[in-house]
Design a protein around this ligand. Structure first.
Ligand code: AMP
Length: 131
């Protein structure tokens, strides 16, 4: 059965899309730790990041770098925190999270409750910064 992220890539489930290319896709995390919390995934469904072949693995990080620069410009923060967890969704994803202090990366914290309008506005701001 396809993962929930494959369904997002295929447009079967809606997402607040930020960007995509032939191999990778970026969209807002629906349960964000911060405004602008974004997930970057390979379109190819692979469970574990270190099972990716070298080229696809490197390409994923390059794509994440581009998206991170756009998030930094769109969302005031000290830097973009990075996490790879994958315990919930078995489809490789990098969390990109605007942070100001180390505790902003605490996944045990309550997640933000954002409205559809807030998600859309955040996605638009980030997309505008992509070049
Ligand atoms: P983990 O697998 O532990 O790295 O966590 C998976 C992440 O995917 C969580 O932060 C979820 O909020 C996020 N997530 C799950 N389903 C969706 C979805 N349909 N759209 C956006 N983010 C999602």
């Amino acid at each position: 059965m396809p993962s929930i992220f494959t369904k997002i890539v295929n447009g079967e489930i809606p997402s607040y899309k930020i960007d995509e290319d032939e191999n990778y896709f970026a969209f807002l995390d629906i349960n964000p730790l911060a405004k602008g919390h974004t997930l970057v995934i390979p379109k190819k469904e692979i469970d574990y990041i270190f099972d990716m072949d070298d080229a696809m693995h490197a390409g994923l990080w390059n794509f994440a770098k581009k998206i991170s620069h756009a998030i930094e410009k769109a969302v005031p923060c000290k830097r973009i925190g990075i996490a790879v967890i994958g315990l919930e969704v078995p489809h490789v994803h990098i969390h990109l999270i605007p942070i100001n202090k180390v505790s902003d990366m605490n996944f045990a914290m309550p997640k933000l409750q954002l409205s559809k309008e807030e998600f859309e506005e955040t996605a638009e701001k980030i997309k505008k910064q992509l070049s």
